[in-house]
Design a protein around this ligand. Structure first.
Ligand code: AMP
Length: 124
């Protein structure tokens, strides 16, 4: 699968469409999810063109990876989530229901989040 340069997060990174920005640095842009699933629901997006975690893990430089994960920790702390807790989610591919094909991590928190796959009835 090739990287679609017109995916919505690529367009946000280029400034073509707006976002509700939370944080940015040389490695990432972070913004509030348009359909929040928790009181805090921030999407953290690397500036590089990666389709998903799988692609990022194979191709990103160590410096990009370090910058990406350091930014997540910083944003969670900024949002006051470190003490109460938070969840990180990233979806790769069809079985995970990835809908935007630019790598991103969801930071979720601000309330008890329940089980790992809330809503699922079985592991089949
Ligand atoms: P995923 O299913 O992991 O690919 O998640 C994509 C996420 O992007 C969903 O939670 C959407 O609500 C969110 N989303 C889609 N378009 C936008 C947008 N323009 N601004 C902010 N969040 C968006």
């Amino acid at each position: 699968m090739t990287y679609d340069t017109n995916n919505i997060f690529a367009r946000i990174l280029r400034g073509e469409i707006p976002c509700d920005k939370v944080y940015e640095d040389s490695h990432v842009l972070a913004f509030n999810d348009i359909a929040p699933a928790a009181p805090v629901h921030v999407l953290v997006v690397p500036r590089g063109a990666y389709r998903s975690f799988d692609d990022f893990a194979q191709r990103a430089k160590a410096e990009e990876m370090q910058g990406f994960f350091a930014a997540i920790q910083k944003i969670a702390a900024m949002k006051g989530l470190a003490e109460g807790g938070y969840r990180l989610i990233t979806n790769h591919g069809a079985d995970a229901s990835q809908t935007v094909h630019h790598f991103h991590v969801h930071i979720l928190g601000g309330r008890p989040l329940g089980g790992l796959l809330a809503g699922d009835v079985s592991a089949r």
